[in-house]
Design a protein around this ligand. Structure first.
Ligand code: CTP
Ligand code: MG
Length: 232
């Protein structure tokens, strides 16, 4: 029996509405390179990753140009032009499209195009922490702030204990067959782990990094560039 391989799947079919840029945020230049290209280069540079799949919208007008200037990615990255209306559906469409190339027991690392701060070291840490796990797992950060719950008027109604609370990041890493089943059965989930949790399983948490934050709002851009230039 051959040992399971590791594949990356990058959902990149969002509109970036909260960023409000002229193009979807994954195509914004950050520190001299498009946000999505930072992510693709990181996975392509990781010797543990067998291949990377990126899911874009069927109407995407940016990806072909971006990849034509990146010959080194030609045999490392496959584009799937089949984004869905939600991240959940985009990931599921991607999984179905890669079916022929991937075995049930292979691992899939799902990573947001909007987290350009991922490093090869973080990929290695996740794989090392999860590859002998029954369920799978994800990068996440323990919460350090004191947490408040508010009412509709924006007043504090409770202080929530942060004990045992983590902020989920990506990559989230599960075996192909389990992940496909979980996402197919889930109604609406914002990450892969929630779909797996809904099956009654407990994904493993592996400590991520603040630099792997999700670039969402215009004020996130400057911090992302500091990390990518290595000055934060
Ligand atoms: N994504 C996707 N398909 C969708 C929605 C989101 O592939 N229908 C991807 C995004 O491209 C991004 C990741 O999922 O890489 C995380 O989503 P988010 O940060 O919310 O990005 P957007 O949905 O593009 O941004 P917004 O919610 O502000 O519109
Ligand atoms: Mg979104």
């Amino acid at each position: 029996m051959t040992s399971p391989r590791f594949f990356a799947l990058i959902p990149a079919a969002g509109a970036g509405a909260r960023m409000g840029a002229e193009c979807p945020k994954q195509y914004m230049p950050l520190a001299g390179k498009l946000m999505l290209m930072h992510v693709l280069d990181t996975f392509a540079g990781s010797s543990q990753i067998a291949h990377t799949y990126v899911v874009v919208s069927a109407e995407d007008g940016y990806i072909d140009d971006a990849l034509s200037g990146a010959r080194h990615l030609a045999d490392r990255v496959t584009v799937i032009y089949k984004g869905g209306p939600t991240r959940h559906k985009s990931v599921l469409n991607g999984l179905l499209a890669m079916r022929e190339q991937v075995r049930d027991e292979d691992w899939v690392l799902v990573h947001d195009a909007a987290r350009p701060g991922l490093t090869e070291g973080l990929i290695e840490r996740l794989i090392a922490g999860v590859q002998s796990d029954e369920v799978g797992g994800l990068l996440a950060l323990p919460i350090v702030d004191t947490l408040k719950r508010s009412d509709a008027a924006g007043r504090v109604v409770a202080t929530v204990t942060r004990d045992g609370l983590w902020a989920a990041q990506t990559p989230q890493m599960f075996r192909y067959a389990l992940l496909q089943r979980a996402l197919q059965q889930a109604t609406e989930v914002t990450d892969e782990a929630s779909a797996v949790e809904a099956l009654g399983l407990k994904p493993k948490l592996v400590e991520g990094s603040p630099r792997n934050f999700k670039v969402t709002l215009p004020h996130d851009v400057a911090l992302a560039e500091l990390h990518l230039k290595g000055t934060a």
